[in-house]
Design a binder for this molecule. Structure first.
Ligand code: ADP
Length: 539
């Protein structure tokens, strides 16, 4: 019986390997997802640095450019400013100033002019320059005409101021002051900020207070003016804008990294599931294939075991048969001699009773011995044959597969000439395979006993008559001389050193038990040819 332990282990190993592979793939995918999320974060961190730097530079340039052009304006239009300063309540002159400023600074929001001490020359200016601004003007002068821009409200709305001195450079006559709407700044932020990010201007003195975003100033904000602690923690990059009270920060969307992490995890999960499904499918296929292989192996082993068993039984049967044949004569002679002895004693007047008894017993025991041998022969003989329809070509292929390695190793050329479409033979497959194997082994051994190096083993099958199939095994060995041809089927006839002389005798018994014939063609030198016939199975 085949040992199933290694097969069980190998099937289980497939599962273990698959599990290890799955764990490794899961680990790799998790690492890949984690790495991709990290790369995404790093990329957006870089993006934040680039946009904050770019926007901060542009805002700084915008502020300094406003200051520079206001200085140029104050210089170029000094006479107009002096005219206003000499008669601040003159509406006509003021209107001229307003329209000139409008021409140069179309987006300006409010304007004023002050004297050296920072007092506005036209009170209140229609509420466009409020007290806060006036305080800033004084601070501007006190700080030596340097300004920290910021946005602040007045009754008309949020704005930021830009101030420059006017008059002589070394002896300014006051401050030329313009207010601008924060939209100018918002436009820069909106243009530069990356998708998924918000650029925000925060107050340096109130870090959580938003001054301007891409949406505009606080009146336009669709959210709280202040940043939550969570948002403050999320800020990717921050930079101060020189000459202002602003920090420019990049705040990514709350969902930006979370959705990327989820997307990567989802992608990894999909890849893993696909891999696992394909792997499981392959494993299933592999295990089915393995099962089929094991089954085939088991069948082959069983077949070999059956062949060996039949071989042993056949050898026993043939030996018993041979013994019976050989012993039959001496046993009959013993019995005859005993009977003759009894008849001689019968003519004596005084019969020795003990001798009569002994001779009777000897005769009886010799008959009994003959009966025992006949019984053994019957028991090991034809009773094992189980006949059913078989495909003779398939049986030939099976038998040939057993000598395949030996034949190739020894350089024997095998030629199969099997007729197509043969009807099924009625026979015991194992016994017939045993006969073919015997013939094949004998042929190979014979081809190596002579000096001829041409070694061709030819096996053919054909329909010999309507109800008989014929199989022929032919070799290029020394063939059979007349003496051998007469004896080779005798029990115990062998010309080999280790031969038993049973193979051909058994084969003939088997074929005859099937109602067929096994014979060899006579002739030495031209190789040996053996034929056997089997009956075709009834339709
Ligand atoms: P064993 O193989 O044990 O000798 P067999 O009954 O199979 O017993 O064969 C008996 C003898 O027949 C062999 O010893 C051999 O001399 C002869 N013989 C069988 N087959 C061939 C063959 N193909 N060519 C030549 N001689 C053969």
């Amino acid at each position: 019986m085949p040992n199933s332990q290694p097969d069980y282990l190998s099937t289980r190993h497939y599962g273990t390997y698959a599990l290890i592979t799955l764990v490794m793939v899961a680990a790799m995918l998790a690492w890949h997802a984690w790495k991709s999320t990290g790369n995404f974060r790093e990329y957006h961190q870089q993006l934040a640095v680039t946009s904050v730097t770019g926007a901060a530079d542009e805002l700084e340039f915008l502020l300094s450019e406003l200051q520079r052009s206001m200085r140029v304006f104050a210089n170029d239009k000094r006479s107009l400013l002096e005219e206003v300063a000499s008669d601040p309540d003159n509406d006509a002159i003021w209107a001229r100033l307003e329209s000139t400023v409008q021409g140069h600074f179309p987006e300006y929001y409010g304007l004023t002019l002050t004297n050296r001490s920072g007092d506005v020359m036209r009170p209140d200016f229609d509420n466009e320059v409020d007290e806060l601004c006036q305080r800033d003007i004084h601070t501007f002068i006190e700080d030596g005409y340097s300004q920290q821009g910021y946005i602040h409200p007045n009754p008309m709305g949020y704005h930021f101021d830009v101030m420059v001195p006017w008059g002589d450079a070394d002896n300014p006559q006051g401050v030329f002051f313009l207010s601008f709407p924060p939209d100018i700044l918002a436009r820069v932020l909106k243009r530069i900020q990356s998708p998924g990010h918000a650029l925000l201007l925060l107050r340096t003195d109130e870090v959580d207070l938003i001054e301007v975003s891409g949406e505009g100033t606080r009146t336009e904000l669709q959210r709280d003016f202040t940043l939550s602690s969570d948002e403050l923690a999320r800020i990717l990059y921050s930079r101060n804008i020189p000459n202002s009270r602003w920090d420019l920060v990049d705040l990514p969307d709350e969902q930006l990294f979370r959705s990327e992490a989820l997307r990567n995890a989802g992608y990894a999960a999909v890849v893993f599931c696909t891999f696992a499904a394909v792997g499981l499918l392959m494993l299933q296929q592999l295990s089915r294939k393995e099962q089929r292989r094991l089954q085939a192996e088991e069948q082959a082993l069983q077949h070999q075991a059956d062949l060996a068993h039949v071989d042993r039984i056949n050898i026993m049967g043939e030996m018993a048969s041979g013994l019976a044949h050989e012993l039959n004569q001496p046993l009959s002679a013993i019995s005859t001699y005993c009977q003759a002895g009894l008849r001689i004693i019968d003519s004596f007047n005084d019969k020795p009773a003990k001798l009569v008894h002994a001779l009777e017993q000897a005769s009886m025991q010799s008959q009994r011995a003959g009966e025992i041998i006949r019984r053994i022969r019957r028991f090991t003989g034809k009773g094992m044959v189980r006949r059913k329809p078989i495909d003779i070509n398939r049986v030939i292929h099976n038998a040939v597969s057993y000598i395949d390695t030996e034949q190739k190793r020894k350089g024997v050329k095998l030629v199969l000439e099997l007729a197509d479409g043969l009807p099924a033979a009625i026979a015991d497959e194992i016994h017939i395979e045993q006969v073919i194997l015997n013939l094949l082994h004998n042929a190979i051994e014979a081809m190596f006993s002579g000096s001829d190096n041409t070694r061709i083993l030819r096996v053919s099958s054909k329909l010999a008559s309507a109800d008989t199939l014929q199989v022929t095994v032919n070799d290029t060995g020394p063939g059979l001389d007349a003496a051998m041809h007469n004896s080779i089927f005798d029990t115990f006839y062998t010309t080999k050193k280790n031969g038993m002389g049973l193979g051909l005798a058994i084969s003939r018994s088997i074929i005859e038990a099937h109602g067929g014939q096994l014979w060899a063609d006579p002739g030495a030198g031209a190789g040996a040819t053996f034929h056997f016939t089997l009956s075709v199975a009834a339709a």
